[in-house]
Design a protein around this ligand. Structure first.
Ligand code: NCD
Length: 453
């Protein structure tokens, strides 16, 4: 049987996530009582970036399940420094050394690539600024414990929304659960367009202007946005020129500046958002829990550590039982009844031409020997709409002018109705007419017009 991986939070259905919560509740109730679940099994941590919580909580989880751990906490001292590829590394580690691999990497899409080569389950412990699904499970589990039903909750996402992978995975999951997102970005570090687009198009979330006066000093410097999966059109009837009034918040999720990912021009002198005692006095935050994936720098004042609403240390502690549940599931020791998450996009390998991914931080730019640039295709839902394509590793939308068919050698416009008949694995993504013709494609449709259809 093929190994099941956890690369994106979308790899799990909502019912599966709820089942993982139930197992985590059992593990949390008596963490020392489950050493019979994974004896004789080993998990390997391969960390190409620093970590405290994610690696140690996974290792603690595996030890509590009665298994063992192989810990490569700094891959710089591994054969990576001799030029070994990620694909070879996971084939070796997964080929007898370990029964599952927990991988953290600085390139976006690294875990997806590792999953293609690893014979054992790969768990994404953070891939660049892209996703961090197990932190999201931890964050959702915390909301579930503290607040019960996640649907309808109002969750503030604050700080560096551009580069925080924890925010991106959390936003996708919150939207799927039907929670509302109140984005309070550090100026210049707003939620990336590719994340917003996905929230809109796949999860039906609409941005509504937000009136953040009631959020007080927390949102004073920020251009707040309200993202809701709930009947946005109707909602807009109730918003005035200032936008939807954020009256009551259930959780504030603060994040640190991800300075290790900044380009030099992004390092600024502008003060970073800071949650202080006074900010927590805002009426709308009176019963909001304060969360943070940690590590924190100065964005949460230590003054509020003792406030009963501050749960960030409890949040980190709950990382162990939820990771016990994740390991138990992926190692085949916990039976889940819920149906698998449906696949939203059809994935195909690009068999010709250059790598179409525009993202310089994508794994497809560095593991060039092992990567067949994979494309996730989203076919139009209405006639006249264009077919869209995304890098299947890092999720970035591809920019292309035409789509060629590798068998007929014709090329078509992205809104052509002919694409309905073309198999995804026959599609070749072409930048423009010149490169189409240079690669031997001719325009589809009546030869006379010379215009592809
Ligand atoms: C986060 C990460 O690595 O993305 N840390 C974690 O896993 N708890 C958040 C961060 O580093 O800011």
């Amino acid at each position: 049987m093929q190994a099941r991986h956890l690369v994106s939070i979308d790899d799990l259905s909502l019912d599966e996530i709820r089942e993982l919560f139930r197992f985590a509740d059992e593990f949390a109730a008596d963490p020392r009582a489950h050493a019979g679940l994974c004896p004789g099994m080993i998990v390997a941590s391969l960390f190409y970036e620093p970590s405290t919580r994610t690696r140690l909580s996974f290792e603690s989880a595996m030890l509590r399940l009665g298994g063992g751990v192989l810990s490569a906490a700094d891959m710089k001292v591994s054969s990576t420094s001799k030029g070994e590829s990620l694909a070879d590394t996971v084939r070796v580690v997964g080929g007898g050394y370990a029964d599952a691999i927990v991988l953290r990497h600085s390139s976006e899409g690294a875990a997806r690539l590792a999953a293609e080569y690893s014979p054992v389950p790969v768990i994404n412990a953070g891939d660049g600024a892209h996703e961090h699904p197990t932190q999201t499970l931890c964050d959702l589990y915390n909301l579930h414990v503290e607040r019960g039903d996640i649907k309808g909750l109002d969750v503030v996402l604050a700080g560096d929304l551009k580069y925080s992978r924890t925010v991106h995975s959390f936003a996708y999951a919150l939207a799927r659960f039907g929670a509302n997102l109140v984005c309070v970005p550090q100026p210049g570090f707003e939620m990336p367009e590719y994340v917003l687009q996905r929230l809109r198009e796949e999860f039906g979330v609409e941005p509504v202007r937000a009136d953040a006066r009631r959020l007080g000093s927390l949102a004073a410097k920020s251009d707040t946005m309200y993202l809701t999966p709930q009947k946005p059109h109707q909602l807009s009837l109730f918003t005035d020129a200032r936008g939807w009034e954020v009256e009551h918040v259930d959780a504030v999720y603060m994040t640190r500046p991800q300075t290790e990912r900044y380009r030099s021009e992004e390092l600024s002198e502008t003060a970073y958002l800071r949650l202080e005692k006074q900010a927590l006095q805002a009426d709308s935050l009176r019963d909001a829990v304060v969360m943070h994936p940690l590590p924190r720098r100065d964005e949460i004042s230590e003054e509020i550590d003792s406030d009963p609403r501050s749960i960030y240390f409890k949040q980190a502690a709950r990382g162990v039982p939820i990771r016990m549940a994740i390991l138990g599931m992926l190692l085949g020791r916990l039976e889940l009844e819920a149906p698998l998450a449906p696949r939203v996009r059809d994935v195909a390998a690009v068999v010709e031409g250059d790598n179409p991914c525009p993202n310089p931080s994508c794994i497809s730019r560095t593991e060039t020997r092992h990567v067949l640039p994979r494309v996730a295709v989203q076919r139009p839902s209405r006639p006249g709409q264009s077919l869209r394509a995304f890098c299947a590793y890092c999720s970035r939308e591809l920019d292309f002018g035409f789509i060629g068919c590798s068998t007929t050698r014709h090329f078509h416009r992205p809104d052509s109705s002919d694409l309905g008949k073309m198999r995804t694995d026959h599609m070749v993504f072409l930048a423009d007419r010149e490169s189409a013709q240079a690669q031997g494609f001719s325009p589809a449709g009546p030869a006379r017009s010379g215009e592809p259809v």
